[in-house]
Ligand binder design. Structure first.
Ligand SMILES: Cc1cc2nc3c(=O)[nH]c(=O)nc-3n(C[C@H](O)[C@H](O)[C@H](O)COP(=O)(O)OP(=O)(O)OC[C@H]3O[C@@H](n4cnc5c(N)ncnc54)[C@H](O)[C@@H]3O)c2cc1C
Length: 372
């Protein structure tokens, strides 16, 4: 089934590529990563052609929960053990910059995407996680995050986090990119990449640089440490009362829920209950995960009716951070968001566009594709 986001909007088609062409930069992938990359290149006057094998935001970018969180999927304390405290702070600041960018782009281009800043709840699933949630809140509070603890729910409320309609946002940014001169070509599949040329099933694009924004599907074009992992969600019919005050992210990010402004409840995740099954590129819902999602929905709102069930494919990297930067001469990547691309990809689009334009950036090492 289509996601609630894709289902409720009419198509906004772009033409496919018609034969050979040339550009400064060729981009593969019309999700948030590719569209943000095309936007930032076009903004700086580079000619960009973006090819998408399906339609803009039809893959993970049109199937997610629309959370705009700061930080990675893990809480700060757990992330600091993994990346070190200094780098975890740098990553956190980068995602705060992502939030600022989204805010500015939505305002500047008047993108009607229900962007709201109601904050998010980081909910602990067990005692160990609760200790980490508290330590994380304490540390980030000292960094200036507006955060408070809700002891009865064993959660930390981060007041600066946002939520939006992902398809309206990505399509709105695509319109802004096209208005700035980017050429977006749908139903066009990239079949081969070289330093100065992108081959597609509709023609060749000669370009000084090629940027792969192909997330879970990157391995089909280049060897990269990205594996496809499935995520599932459901949505209910609108309820006339508030059930969820703000987006919630629980059990180390494995479970999440929110309520849209129109009253619909969204529940997603529970992949931890079927880790062995939730792999690969098939956008298929399963009874095993959907029963868990519905079980949670029934607990919180017994009268809710499920109207949509869907699945999407995430691209997991080896260390849960995206790969952003140069892969080989003339070939760049902006992918591997590990289920957290709305939190990163508007800003990594800006970052990779800068790197291609030889603008030096402090964050380059954080997401370097060749890191150990
Ligand atoms: C159920 C679910 C819930 C999620 N919830 C959240 C959330 O709340 N917050 C958050 O931050 N993240 C969330 N995510 C993750 C987020 O959706 C992704 O990280 C993000 O959308 C990745 O964007 P992308 O542009 O890299 O990839 P995609 O949106 O997958 O786009 C890649 C595009 O490349 C195209 N492509 C691939 N190969 C080729 C080729 N050879 N030629 C042409 N085109 C090609 C594909 O068709 C696709 O459209 C969720 C994901 C899922 C599945």
């Amino acid at each position: 089934m289509r996601s609630i986001w894709l289902d409720e909007l009419p198509a906004e088609p772009y033409p496919s590529l018609e034969g050979d062409t040339s550009a400064d930069v060729a981009i593969v992938g019309g999700g948030i990563a590719g569209i943000a990359t095309a936007y930032h290149l076009a903004l700086h006057g580079a000619s960009a052609v973006l090819v998408e094998s399906r339609t803009v935001a039809e893959a993970a970018s049109g199937r997610n929960a629309g959370f705009l969180l700061a930080g990675v999927a893990e809480n700060f304390a757990a992330a600091a053990r993994r990346y070190g405290e200094t780098n975890t702070l740098r990553i956190w600041r980068f995602t705060r910059h992502n939030q600022d960018l989204v805010r500015a782009l939505v305002a500047g281009h008047r993108i009607a995407c229900d962007l709201a800043w109601n904050g998010s709840a980081q909910v602990a699933g067990d005692d160990d996680e609760w200790a980490e949630v508290r330590a994380s809140a304490d540390r980030l509070g000292r960094e200036g995050a507006r955060v408070r603890l809700a002891h009865t729910e064993r959660s930390a409320i981060y007041d600066d986090d946002g939520e939006l309609h992902p398809v309206r946002y990505v399509r709105g940014l695509a319109r802004a990119a096209a208005a700035a001169g980017a050429r977006i070509r749908e139903a066009t599949r990239a079949t081969g990449v070289a330093a100065t040329e992108l081959r597609t099933d509709k023609g060749r694009i000669r370009a000084h640089a090629v940027i792969l924004c192909t997330n879970a599907y990157s391995q089909h074009l280049v060897p990269l440490r990205i594996r496809p992992v499935r995520g599932q969600m459901l949505a209910s019919a609108p309820l006339g009362r508030r059930v969820f005050e703000r987006p919630a992210y629980a059990n180390r990010g494995y479970r999440y829920w929110r309520q849209r402004p129109d009253g619909r409840l969204l529940v997603g995740g529970w992949r931890d209950t079927a880790v062995d099954e939730e792999v690969g590129e098939e956008e298929r819902t399963t009874a095993r995960v959907q029963e868990r999602l519905e079980g949670f929905l029934r607990e919180r709102a017994p009268d809710a009716t499920v109207t949509h069930r869907w699945a999407g494919t995430m691209g997991f990297s080896h260390d849960a951070l995206p790969y952003v930067g140069r892969l080989a001469s003339g070939v760049y990547v902006n992918a591997g968001f590990t289920g957290h691309g709305m939190a990163f990809a508007t800003a990594t689009g800006e970052l990779v566009a800068d790197l291609v334009r030889a603008v030096s950036r402090d964050e380059t090492d954080l997401f370097a594709p060749e890191r150990p």
